[in-house]
Write a protein that binds this ligand. Structure first.
Ligand code: FAD
Length: 463
């Protein structure tokens, strides 16, 4: 038996590394097991950060080529250096993962390098050495969900991991799945010149999004050149000499069809990762969807074993995993850790961005809640006009009787930042009138939030 810890966290993604740091801050002796060569998990290595680096770079390229002339800035011969763009992405990832390593050292968190396996309550095996702990935290994240009939090779038929590494711009990219990841990464390659076809089983894009927002969003993406095949079931994809052929058929029935592409991105969702963890052997229970089952305090059915992040229920988002990491560390320290699941923002980092928080109009209707809607378009916002970014609107949903904000949805420039104001308001139980009466700087995009809040009571000023 070797070293003993108060907490061993398995997995150093945003859930695991944040939990480890917070537990160490609270005075616990902490180890974090990570099998990858670098810390930071899916998010920093192959998820949020590299995708946002490429989204930013491809937006700069597209803007330089198509968006500057209108501002009176003439740039001739804009050309793409994809190798440099990819190298920059690598530098961004490198700086972030090294940052986590620094934070581990600063907080005296021990990184146990290798794959962790729970061998018994309070015991974790890493490379043949068994470490003991009072508390074990499973934070092993998620992987891309496979689709029967499709063999991913990460060069021609790829997941998000492979599509982030392409070293030439595909002529035609087929994206299977119109969720957040498919649309963000489809946008990257569209901006760099690829023809992009998105094939989706459902008859709409991003199913969790407010329907009105999703419809406008799809219209904007279509204008940008993305092609959509909705209500279409992919039945297989096979590699051929110069790419892959995808077979598909209408969900409602009809003739099957083949579509050729040089790259196929499989992006139908993610599923919890728990391979080789030893959960079945120790008796850790899973829920009906194969996720680790936890109670409200992240405890599994086995004493001393907890789970957080993508491996448990809830939205698969880095900030949700982080907040669970903090809450669990505080609970283990005897404090009152808590995550408010009704106020978790979710952002699509396309151009324009889409951000939402709380309930959609469909959810409110389904729950029989009486609500008021306030909407304000960016075409009527001075700052958005000055930026030349007038696509989209802010939509606020408030309780009809109390005026409390129940949901907010923003399609527009920097929506991912704008939504934070509404997250703060909702955490404080604000009414739409509260937000409407806050003095907002002029000219700012946030004025559109204020105007949407005014519009809830039918008294927007600038429309
Ligand atoms: C392309 C892409 C873009 C995304 N963009 C965003 C975004 O913009 N915003 C957002 O909020 N979310 C985004 N996500 C989702 C986000 O990455 C995840 O929600 C988040 O990483 C989950 O954190 P986690 O800590 O639960 O797990 P992960 O980040 O998946 O980390 C789990 C870690 O555990 C390690 N591990 C697994 N098993 C073992 C074991 N037995 N022993 C040792 N180590 C192990 C893995 O190697 C991994 O490093 C994106 C995901 C992808 C794929």
């Amino acid at each position: 038996m070797s070293e003993s810890f108060d907490v061993i966290v398995i997995g150093a993604g945003p859930g695991g590394y944040v939990c480890a740091i917070r537990a160490a801050q609270l005075g616990m002796k902490v180890a974090c097991v990570e099998q990858r060569a670098t810390l930071g998990g899916t998010c920093l290595n192959i998820g949020c950060i590299p995708s946002k680096a490429l989204l930013q770079s491809s937006e700069e390229f597209h803007h330089a080529a198509h968006g500057l002339a209108d501002h009176g800035v003439n740039v001739a011969n804009v050309s793409l250096d994809l190798a440099r763009m990819q190298a920059r992405k690598g530098e961004v990832v490198g700086a972030n993962v090294k940052g986590v390593e620094f934070l581990f050292k600063k907080n005296k968190v021990t990184w146990l390098k290798g794959a962790g396996r729970i061998v018994a309550t309070g015991q974790v095996d890493v490379n043949g050495t068994v470490y003991t702990a009072r508390h074990i935290v499973i934070a092993t994240g998620s992987d891309s969900t496979p689709l029967p009939g499709i063999a991913v090779d990460e060069t021609t038929i790829v997941t998000s991991t492979g599509v982030l590494e392409l070293n030439t711009v595909p002529k035609h990219l087929i994206v299977i799945g119109a969720g957040v990841i498919g649309l963000e990464l489809g946008s990257v390659w569209r901006r760099l010149g690829a023809e992009v076809t998105v094939v989706e089983f459902l008859d709409r894009i991003v199913p969790s999004m407010d329907e009105e927002v999703a419809k406008h969003f799809q219209r904007i993406l279509t204008k940008q050149g993305l092609k959509f095949r909705l209500g279409t079931k992919v039945t297989g994809a096979t590699k051929c000499a110069d790419g892959a052929t995808v077979t598909m058929e209408p969900v409602k029935g009809g003739a099957a069809e083949e579509l050729k592409a040089d790259i196929v991105l499989l992006a139908i969702g993610r599923r919890p990762h728990m391979d080789g963890l030893g959960l079945a052997e120790v008796g850790v229970a899973l829920d009906e969807r194969g996720r680790v089952k936890t109670d409200a305090h992240y405890a599994t059915n086995i004493a001393g074993i907890y789970a957080i992040g993508d491996v448990i229920a809830g939205p698969m988002l880095a900030h949700k995993a982080e907040d669970e990491g903090v809450a669990l560390a505080e609970l283990l320290a005897g404090q009152a850790g808590h995550v408010n699941y009704s106020v978790i923002p979710s952002v699509v980092y396309t151009d324009p961005e889409v951000a939402s928080i709380g309930q959609t109009e469909e959810e409110l209707k389904h729950a029989g809640v009486a609500y008021s809607v306030g909407k304000f378009p960016f075409t009527a916002n001075g700052r958005a006009r000055a930026m030349g970014a007038t696509d989209g609107f802010v939509k606020i949903l408030a309780d009809k009787t109390t005026d409390r904000i129940l949901g907010a949805h923003i399609l527009g420039p920097d929506a991912g930042t704008l939504i934070a104001e509404l997250a703060t308001a909702m955490e404080f139980g604000a009414s739409a009138e509260d937000v409407a009466r806050i003095c907002h700087a002029h000219p700012s995009l946030n004025e559109a939030v204020k105007e949407a809040a005014l519009a809830v009571a039918g008294r927007a000023l600038h429309i």
